[in-house]
Design a protein around this ligand. Structure first.
Ligand code: FES
Ligand code: FES
Length: 158
């Protein structure tokens, strides 16, 4: 099947099998390997991308379902000058360790922050409920998000 979509503000046309997953289109066809595969069953969130601005798990969608949409992967989530403020905050607060979950975390947080400029700790944890991390224990990710939004100076125990 022939599909057309926008990926990181670039028009993309591709021919896919009806069963091709969105994550496979992104990683295998478009070579955007910042999007990771962890569980392949919709549980870990490492494959999270933005679809029309909302976080989705790209292992749980068919590529054909993305027809006509605007997809943003981590490669398209950078500021023109480098890291975004969110990425800088994660870096500063040690919210990144092995980094495998980080692309999905960043995009899930971008989705949250797009509609809630000052999420509470609870709201941040809920926003990340679909993203598993085996390294950070989530504390530093939550702290970074609070710091970014000017809450708690990001330094209190959360
Ligand atoms: S690889 Fe998609 S949720 Fe785990
Ligand atoms: S930083 Fe290693 S899984 Fe999250």
């Amino acid at each position: 099947m022939r599909i057309s979509l926008s990926v990181n503000n670039r028009s993309v046309e591709s021919t896919v099998e009806p069963r091709t997953l969105l994550v496979d289109l992104i990683r295998d066809d478009l070579k955007l390997t910042g999007t990771k595969v962890g569980c392949d069953t919709g549980q870990c969130g490492t494959c999270t991308v933005l679809l029309d601005g909302r976080a989705v798990k790209s292992c749980s969608m068919l590529a054909v379902q993305a027809e006509g949409t605007r997809v943003t992967t981590i490669e398209g989530a950078n500021a023109e000058t480098g890291l975004t403020d969110l990425q800088e905050a994660l870096w500063a607060e040690h919210g990144v360790q092995c980094g495998y979950c980080t692309p999905g975390m960043v995009l899930a947080l971008q989705d949250l922050l797009a509609t809630n400029k000052a999420p509470t700790e609870q709201e941040i944890r809920c926003g990340l409920a679909g993203n598993l991390c085996r390294c950070t224990g989530y504390q530093s990710v939550v702290r970074a998000t609070l710091a970014l939004t000017g809450q708690n100076g990001g330094r209190n125990d959360v």
